[in-house]
Design a protein around this ligand. Structure first.
Ligand code: PMP
Length: 375
């Protein structure tokens, strides 16, 4: 407690990010980063930006503010997805883009001043309840089914029952890895035409169906992407959102009331270079998907129940072994995976990021050793 803090700060319980240990030899399968470095074009573009024009002092461009509208990057994203640049928003990681969406599009009240709740799954990305606290939004969770799948009929029923002011969910969901088909997302959008639906597609490139083709017909849809996962740029912090111009305009208003320059010069050129390398992107996504399928089969072979994943991680439980104990035993062997002790419904599972083939092999070998009957 501090007498210097605004009252709001006393009410916050911030998101706790996955551990970023400093030990180099660790096999780090805990925060869903890409196992390989990004396209080599990224480092080349950043080096060129730092070098500036011929004859200029190195770093000269850093003296100047970056483009506040990120027009070149937005044009590239628009081209990539068959949209118009006014349908594209960019920000400092999709966490920041989501924060703007919570404020700009998901915070609604009734005429009598009472809050209309924001719906999201009971097991999902834990930044959503954090942003609700920050912005004074009432959360309303919708339970995943017994197999931890999101059911669109449940979302529709809850939205009607609670007069929801918005809906948000990751697709595929995190930490479960399961996706919802595009036709189901479309059914949701049609059922709730007056409600903004935000689909957080952080992991979509690893095999799920994107809702982007639905934007043209659905003014209530905002799709959020990140370059942190499938483009291997978590360190550069670039996220984006796509929707009809009316929704994007709301995000721009919030952004310009907060920080007119969310992306620095190096992030702008690095992101652009990554998006332009389609070959790298396709090869890298395919390699992660192939590794995921192989790891899923190997974990099943060790007795794990692995949820079908469309993401760059798997969510697995072993019927005879405590997940927290397994995570500890892996850590003793220098492999870190994610274990969530809450909610209790998922405390028996481990979320394991897909690593390089060598890292996945090391994980399977370590698990085989840990699971081997003693004595
Ligand atoms: N959405 C989901 C579902 C995530 O898991 C993450 C990564 N933790 C993000 C958004 C945020 O990613 P970033 O801020 O790196 O773009």
């Amino acid at each position: 407690m501090s007498r210097y803090w605004s009252p709001l700060v006393h009410t916050l319980s911030p998101y706790v990010p996955g551990e970023q240990p400093k030990i180099a030899q660790l096999i780090k399968l805990n925060t869903n980063e890409h196992p390989w470095p990004p396209s080599p074009r990224v480092a080349a573009a950043i080096a060129a930006e730092l070098a500036g024009e011929a004859g200029q002092a190195s770093g000269e461009r850093l003296r100047l503010y970056p483009d506040p509208t990120a027009s070149a990057l937005r044009a590239t994203l628009a081209r990539l997805h068959g949209l118009d640049a006014v349908q594209v928003f960019v920000g400092n990681g999709s966490d920041e883009v989501l924060a703007h969406a919570f404020q700009a599009l998901l915070n609604h009240r009734r005429a009598d001043g009472t809050a209309r709740p924001l719906l999201f799954p009971d097991i999902t990305y834990s930044f959503y309840p954090t942003y609700c606290r920050l912005y004074g939004i009432t959360p309303q969770t919708v339970a995943l089914d017994d197999r931890l799948q999101l059911n669109v009929d449940d979302l529709i029923a809850a939205a009607r029952a609670h007069d929801a002011g918005g809906v948000i969910f990751p697709n595929p969901n995190a930490p479960t890895g399961s996706g919802v088909a595009r036709a189901e997302v479309e059914r949701l959008l049609r059922a709730l035409p007056d409600t903004v639906v935000v689909v957080d597609e952080a992991y979509v490139d690893f095999g799920a169906e994107s809702a982007l083709p639905l934007i043209a017909a659905h003014p209530n849809l905002l799709v959020v992407h990140t370059l942190s996962k499938s483009r291997a740029l978590a360190g550069l912090r670039v996220g984006c959102a796509f929707g009809q111009a009316e929704l994007i305009e709301a995000l721009v208003r919030v952004k310009d009331s907060f920080n007119s320059y969310p992306l620095d010069r190096l992030a702008l050129v690095g992101a652009q270079a990554a998006l332009e390398d389609a070959d790298w992107f396709e090869r890298a996504c395919r390699a992660v998907i192939d590794s995921r399928e192989k790891l899923t089969a190997e974990l099943a072979g060790l007795g794990f129940d692995v949820l079908p994943s469309q993401a760059n991680f798997v969510f697995a439980a072993h019927p005879q072994h405590d997940a927290a104990a397994l995570a500890r035993a892996l850590r003793e062997r220098a492999i870190i995976v994610r274990h969530f002790s809450r909610p209790e419904r998922i405390a028996d599972r481990l979320r394991i990021t897909i690593g390089t083939p060598a890292q996945c092999d090391a994980l399977v070998a370590a698990l085989r050793e840990i699971l081997r009957p003693q004595g």
